[in-house]
Every structure is written in C-alpha cells, then in structure tokens.
Ligand binder design. Sequence first.
Ligand SMILES: [Zn+2]
Length: 320
Amino acid sequence: MNLSDLSKLTEDQSREMLERIRWPNGPICAHCGCMDNITAIKSTKRPGLYRCADCKMQFTVRVNTVMHDSHLPIRLWLMTFSIMCSAKKGVSALQLQRQLGLGSYKTAWHLCHRVRHAMKQEPLKGLLTGVVMVDETYVGGKPRKFYKNKRPRSHLPLKVGRGTKKIPVVALIERGGRARAHVVPNVTAKVLKASIRELVDTSSTIMTDQFKPYRGIGEEFAGGHKTVNHGEGEYVRWENGEKISTNEAEAFFALLKRGITGSFHSVSKKHLNKYCDEFSFRWSLRKITDGERTFKAIVASEGKRLTYKVPVADVRDAPF
Ligand SMILES: [Zn+2]
C-alpha cells in the first residue's frame, strides 16, 4: 500500500480496502459488536451500508472511527494516513493540502488532526519495560522580542533549555522499542517522577542524565536508576557490561524538534501534545514498513470518533 497505488483507487475500491483493513474477518457491527447477523444493503446513495439484525442498526466502515461524519472520499483518508505514517518529520496541513489538491486549508487541517488522533497510542496500552531512557527538553516558543533600547544583556547568548519559557516535554523511550512523550507543566521532581511512575513498569531500569529531579526514582524500580553525566561531556558509559545512556531519548527529541521547526514552523502549547503523540507513534513503529505503519494507524482509528467540533479558532491558530 503506497501513495501512488492509493491515488489510483476508485472510491469503491478504497472503501473495500478500508473494509479489509478494519474487518479482516467480515463486517463487525459498529453499534453492538456483533458479526453474525450482518447483511449488506444495496444502496446507491450510501454504498457500503450494512445492517445488523441483532440491534437493527445500520452502519458503514467509517462509523465509530475518526472518519465518522466525514464527507471526504475514503481515498483521500487513506492517502492522508499513508503520507502521515511515512513522513519521518511529519507533514504540515499546508503541505498536505497541496499534495492532495484539497480545496481548503481547513479541510487539510481537520484531516491531519484526526489522523493524529488515531495515532494516539491508547490502543497500544501497556507500560514501558526493560531499559527506559527518560529525558526532558524544551520545544517551540516564539523567538524572544528585543527592543533597541531594551537589550541590556544582548551580548549574552540566548538562554536555551531549562529556565526558559519554552514548553517542557518529557520523553520516555524503551531501548530499541516504544516511545511516549508528552507536555509537562514543569520539570520538577514531582512532575517528572509522576510521568515515570505512570508509564513505566516497576521491573524496568531507568536511565537519565544527572538532572536532580530524577534522584531517588531508582528505589521504585527493580532495575534501579543509572545516570550519565552530560555536564562532564559523558554520553555513554559502561557499567558491568551494561550500556548506560539516554541516546535514544535525545534522538527522539532531535526528530521532534526538526519536525516542528521544519514542517510545522511553530506549535502552540495546546497542540504540542498531539505532535508528541504523532512522533511517538512513528517512533514506536519505526522498524516496520511505511505500509504496515499506515495499516496500524487505520486500525487504531477505531473507537476514536471525534465527537466535538473543532473550534474555528483552533484552525486559525494552527501551526502550518
Ligand atoms: Zn448490531
């Protein structure tokens, strides 16, 4: 399943493909989950309509997914899934609008937003295990404004990282495995340790740099807490044959930041978590093909109907 194949599909073929992905063993009622008494209804107005004899309700393959209530052709949905699952550094709504020839930026923005919602990793639940690298960084934020008469310390380098007003993000990365990242209100011990407790299995080993707030977390994990001293320029250290580093967390942040500055230019605090979900999804599934990743995102769109209307203001201040 690649983009050029998808672009050639008719709407019927696209729908059939979506049905095969979502229902490999035949249609499942979107209302009661039953599979046994489903009949296809021949309807020219609503192709792909099914009826469940158990609950007497009708449904299509879009019902109860992020595609629910959408009037866009399924082909465009499949193409958006494919583009967003393949682009390592993400795709902006503007880019998507151009690539798919969509009529409006708003439409493209809604598509991106919903696919990102499908990528939210709720269905892949399960705590992180093994070696888990934890790191925090600061993302985005508008450049500081300087006025000619108010630059008392302009000779000093711009402050970056801890202590600036950018948005703090924490990432937890399994060595060779899955990623979780989210916005945090601050990087105090209370907040960082709460993130670790929430997402990491207690059998794990925690690896961080020597940032003070992480101190003491090892007591709660069977593998303990190992640190590297970034201040001393130490990025990898070996202890009894075990590699201690936070390299993968740093690589994740590098990708996230390149994506945000390169593809999205800027991201508001409100939306940053969604980008974290999107980047975590691709990272966690980076070892499979683009097609397989697309497939997984489509399957994950189930039960993720966005029932609220995204306010217009959200579109206006959307990053692009
Ligand atoms: Zn039913």
